[in-house]
Design a protein around this ligand. Structure first.
Ligand code: CDP
Length: 600
């Protein structure tokens, strides 16, 4: 479809200083000599036009492509909604690959393994990230029939994927990100758990152990469990479940790696089990997918829906500033409108996207998964004056995500009426449960929004702020000092603002030790490290409750956290219904695969 022409009266885009740098460096289309060929207006119109143009083929659509393009443009440039990076980079270009998340199968043969390496390279080139399960590979030293030799096992093949990734830049801008998963009952699980012990090993991978319900029960009952060779189904060995669990906890304490995912739970929510089992997620863990499936994400900036100047209510017993009631201080009607437009946008992205493999196109078009999520959550809590680590924030988090989920599904139903349900709907669990019809097999996902949050100028995903004031390295050695705008405004309101104070905050990041600042101010302006780990986990669980896919969240722990603390968090994640968990102990040796706009 031909995108509508750019109108003359298109308003200009107000970019924050970081967005200027990030967009120029990575998102503007460049000419042969590397100089940008577009500005922010051209970029956002290119995207809006390309995605709205897909509307034309749906005869029952209430929108005309040019009017819809303008709505999409306003949505993005008002920093209310942004699609994932590949859509920003590639919509309306020759490349045209618009999804961030892919999962590829790794079969137990040399051909299948190297097919996966090749397909991953093609996906990375197009700007996507890939997840793999290595659980089908025969274990180390198992016999190889055709040669009479012995197999090298999942961990050694993982190294090949890692090396191949090293050489290929995503969409020509960043190195590829990968997820590698091995089931807890694979005979090579111990080697896998220890894979990142050496610094820098598997640096292009996030690793996660796939935990099963049977294993968790064995841990609880202090029993042994079976390690099964996947290619023969034979039990190879039995291990004490608690010993393996302890090792996992120990490694997570040392380096944050590997993380864990709860495979049975992910499959319990698999909307299309007739198409097979879900064995992996995308690189950052928020998007479980079938083999050869891809998903495009988009995030709503919640802080853009704050309505200033509403009357305040007294503080609750959780503490915090006297604050406005969320009922009035959040523009729910506008949020609803944006959710509906966001779902339409993401569904159109599926049609507009060109995938590097026919198999992927088929799978994506069959299920039409999208992942609408949120960012700017911590900023919204600052604006409302509600402490992140409070029951009130958890309750509002649940309510907020339930709203996004309900309205998102309602929007998907509207699209199903206009365009028909996703082709696999009849064989999906929705049909069995008499729900729907829906246009999309999944609607919601909470992404990390590493770069999107920089462009929109808000806090990332549902994470708390890392620091209230800091200097940021924005690629190529450019540094920018940044103060959280809500914090700065609150300081001015309470008459506490001074240059000296800002310098002190920039050094510490947190204000918790600054006794001279008003207590309720300190209570609201908490940062990641001020927040007890259980509150991180509770917030993740609150959002997971109303998210079809999964939630990207890191549970931050202080350097002094013990192994017991990590064990408690893992166990809580299991009990509270999370689909996985990632912990990071401050100052531990690991460098995470970057999912932020910073770094290379
Ligand atoms: O903010 P942005 O759209 O750039 O990405 P994100 O929300 O931080 O990450 C969303 C997903 O994009 C990740 O889970 C990966 O699947 C993919 N990604 C990637 O492939 N490579 C990166 N360097 C960052 C993200």
């Amino acid at each position: 479809p031909t995108p509508p022409a750019m109108p003359d009266a298109l308003p200009d885009v107000a970019l924050n200083p970081n967005a200027k740098i990030v967009l120029a460096k990575r998102y503007y289309r460049k000419g042969p000599d590397g100089t940008p060929q577009e500005d922010a207006r051209a970029l956002f119109w290119r995207i809006a036009g390309a995605i709205a143009a897909e509307e034309g083929k749906y005869k029952k659509s209430p929108y005309k492509a040019d009017a819809l393009a303008r709505e999409f443009y306003d949505l993005m440039t008002g920093w209310k909604f942004l699609p994932n990076s590949p859509t920003l980079m590639n919509a309306g270009t020759d490349l045209g690959q618009l999804s961030a998340c892919f999962v590829l199968p790794v079969g137990d043969s040399i051909e299948e393994i190297f097919d996966a390496v090749k397909h991953a390279a093609m996906i990375h080139k197009s700007g996507g990230g890939t997840g793999f399960s290595f659980s089908r590979l025969r274990p180390k030293e198992a016999r190889v029939g055709s040669t009479g030799g012995v197999a090298s096992g999942p961990v050694s093949f993982l190294r090949i994927f890692n090396t191949a990734t090293e050489q290929i830049k995503q969409g020509g801008t960043r190195r590829g990100a990968n997820m590698g998963i091995l089931r807890i009952d694979h005979p090579d699980i111990i080697e896998f758990i220890r894979a990142k012990e050496r610094d820098g090993e598997f640096n292009n991978f996030n690793l996660s152990v796939g935990l099963t319900e049977a294993f968790m029960k064995a841990v609880e009952a202090d029993e042994e469990y079976d390690l099964v060779a996947p290619h023969t189904g034979q039990v190879r060995e039995r291990l004490k479940a608690r010993k393996v669990f302890e090792m996992l906890v120990q490694k997570a304490w040392e380096s944050g790696d590997p993380g864990i995912v709860f495979l049975d739970r992910i499959n319990r929510d698999n909307p299309t089990p007739k198409q097979g089992e879900i064995e992996s997620t995308n690189p950052c863990g928020e998007q479980p997918l079938l083999p050869y499936e891809a998903c495009n994400l988009g995030s709503i900036n919640l802080s853009a829906f704050f309505v200033p100047g509403t009357a305040t209510v007294p503080t609750t017993k959780d503490g915090g500033l006297p604050h406005p009631s969320p009922e009035k201080a959040i523009d729910w009607a506008e949020l609803k409108r944006v959710i509906h437009l966001g779902v339409r946008f993401l569904d159109n992205v599926i049609d507009a996207s060109r995938f590097p493999l026919e198999r992927i196109t088929e799978t994506v078009h069959r299920n039409r998964k999208i992942g609408l999520g949120v960012m700017g959550w911590a900023d919204l809590l600052y604006q409302l004056g509600i402490p992140y680590d409070s029951q009130e924030a958890i309750g509002l988090g649940e309510r907020m995500m339930q709203f996004v989920q309900d309205e998102g599904r309602a929007a998907s139903k509207v699209l199903a009426k206009e365009r028909g349900p996703f082709p696999a709907f009849a064989e999906s669990t929705f049909a069995e449960r008499d729900m729907g019809p829906y246009r999309n097999a999944t609607v919601t996902t909470i992404a990390p929004t590493g770069t999107l949050s920089i462009i929109a100028g808000c806090s990332s995903g549902i994470e708390p702020l890392f620091a209230l004031c800091f200097s940021r390295n924005v690629m190529d050695g450019e540094r920018l000092v940044e103060v959280n705008p809500h914090f700065e405004a609150a300081l001015r309101d309470t008459g506490s603002h001074s240059k000296k104070l800002m310098e002190a905050v920039a050094e510490k990041g947190s204000i918790q030790a600054m006794d001279h600042l008003p207590e309720d101010l300190r209570r609201v302006y908490v940062t990641a490290m001020d927040i007890a780990p259980v509150w991180h986990l509770r917030m993740q669980a609150a959002f997971q409750k109303y998210t079809d896919n999964a939630v990207s969240k890191t549970v931050n722990l202080p350097n002094s956290a013990s192994i017991d603390d990590i064990r408690a968090i893992y166990w809580m994640a299991y009990e509270q219904g999370c689909k996985g968990v990632t912990v990071y102990r401050d100052g531990c040796k690991a460098v995470q695969v970057l999912c932020t706009g910073e770094g290379e």
